[in-house]
Write a protein of this length. Structure first.
Length: 290
């Protein structure tokens, strides 16, 4: 299936911003189940400097600078991507979750060594006894890692209510755990925090969902904006994705942009602006079959 992805971010400033320096993560990764066929990035006003680079996590990032006064900044990314159904994984055939830290540490495989860094704290995710306690019912003794991760994914879907605009990027995982409300970013941070609090490697994945579901299928939560989910590293299997917002494993309707330790590593746009006052932010996302 081919999908066209349109992502537009607009900042309308109270007063003209004199300069701005920005970095965006809007280029889709090529993976075994997806291939980006076409991509374009348009910035208005036209930037003085613009350049692509590959970041620490292997994502494509674009940096640009606007050095003239501008009352508005608009960033529009358009892509066409071919998406295939991901291969099925037998969750029960993964190793017992307690053995995973030792298996990772004893492995010389580059992917296993790289995964170790995702066991530790990151700027938006701090391990805690409370997160480990919430995760424990899913992680019974000797339970297969991926089966336990799926159970945790479904519990977060049941226990937490998807409620836009009740949280911000500054809302802590602890507050989300107490309130039981949030959005995909919050639930992904929460699940990663739970897994890391048990010593398991987990990373944050940003992406999109097909806006229009197939006939007879429900519309997934988070389909009208950029989406987020998580990956767990499993020895011999590799990284396996889970979507706690919808309580499922990503399949043919999830499109991956990039990944990192948490949202801060992969935010769609971030930067420094001189002037501008209090900007009004508008984000529009549309993902549809070609």
């Amino acid at each position: 299936m081919k999908l066209r992805v349109q992502h537009t971010t607009t900042y309308d400033y109270d007063e003209p911003a004199s300069t701005s320096h920005n970095q965006v993560h809007l280029a889709l990764r090529d993976l075994p189940w997806q291939k980006c066929l076409q991509r374009e990035l348009h910035v208005t006003p036209a930037p003085e400097d613009i350049a692509e680079h590959v970041d620490y996590f292997g994502n494509i990032a674009t940096s640009f600078a606007i050095l003239e006064p501008h009352p508005q900044l608009k960033v529009h990314a358009s892509s066409v991507i071919e998406v295939h159904k991901r291969p099925a994984i037998n969750l029960l055939q993964s190793p017992a979750w307690e053995k995973v830290p030792q298996l990772n540490e004893s492995s010389l495989a580059p992917e296993a060594i790289d995964a170790i860094q995702y066991r530790f704290d990151s700027p938006f995710i701090r391990r805690s006894p409370a997160l480990a306690e919430y995760a424990r019912p899913s992680f019974a003794a000797s339970r297969p890692l991926l089966a336990a991760a799926m159970d945790l994914t479904q519990r977060i879907k049941r226990d937490f209510k998807y409620t836009p605009k009740v949280t911000t990027i500054a809302t802590s995982i602890e507050e989300v755990l107490r309130s039981r409300h949030g959005v995909c970013q919050d639930f992904s941070h929460l699940q990663i925090g739970c897994l890391r609090s048990l010593g398991l490697p987990a990373r944050y994945v940003s992406g999109y969902l097909d806006t229009d579901p197939p006939p007879g299928k429900p519309k997934l939560l988070g389909a009208d904006a950029s989406h987020a989910w998580i990956s767990v590293y499993c020895p011999k299997t590799g990284w396996v994705d889970f979507d706690p917002t919808n309580g499922i494993q990503p399949a043919g309707r999830h499109v991956t942009i990039c990944w990192g330790r948490d949202y801060g590593d992969v935010s769609p746009i971030r930067g420094v602006v001189l002037g501008g006052g209090d900007p009004k932010l508008t984000v529009e996302v549309d993902v549809r079959p070609v």
